[in-house]
Design a protein around this ligand. Sequence first.
Ligand code: ATP
Ligand code: MG
Length: 174
Amino acid sequence: MPSAPAEHKRRLFFALWPDAALRRQMAALSRERCKRPVPAANLHLTLRFLGMQDTAMLPCFCEAAGQVRAHPFTLTLDRYGGWLRKRIQWLGPSSPPAELGELAGALNQALEACGIEAETRPFVPHVTLSRKAKKPFEGPLSPALVWPVDSFVLAESVPSSDGVRYVVLERWTL
Ligand code: ATP
Ligand code: MG
């Protein structure tokens, strides 16, 4: 099948999407601790990055996501992490619950039906607080942020004049 023209492609990813209250808490931390905080509306935790995909694939991605059977869980974001080379400052769980790995695994497996190859790199759950961080740091966050997770979303990454913004296309309940 010939690949679709560029205007029929979208940059997609599956993610956990914080609600407004949690988003405010995350944004406060990132403003406090980072010089270049990610806009509050952009805060999320990526489950699986799909990259540029033909829009014709969207029904398959939605069908795959709908087949995922996973349990709700509580995610405790209790530490700051930093990736020096990527210059990313993030927030994450020091001990991710098994259900999170199971959700990401089930999603990966379901997406194989759409021709998306299983992710081989280890899954490091994180919420990016800042990009282009000059001095990413690591350390505990106390009190931790408690995130009751009962759904996940398919989001689109849309380039905009002041960076990138994300649009939630669809949501599935766990
Ligand atoms: P920008 O790339 O413009 O700096 P961004 O990284 O926030 O902005 P995207 O690159 O569209 O936006 O990424 C969307 C989400 O997917 C982000 O959480 C990003 O960290 C993640 N992501 C992007 N590229 C990859 C990749 N190659 N592998 C895994 N996750 C990725
Ligand atoms: Mg990126």
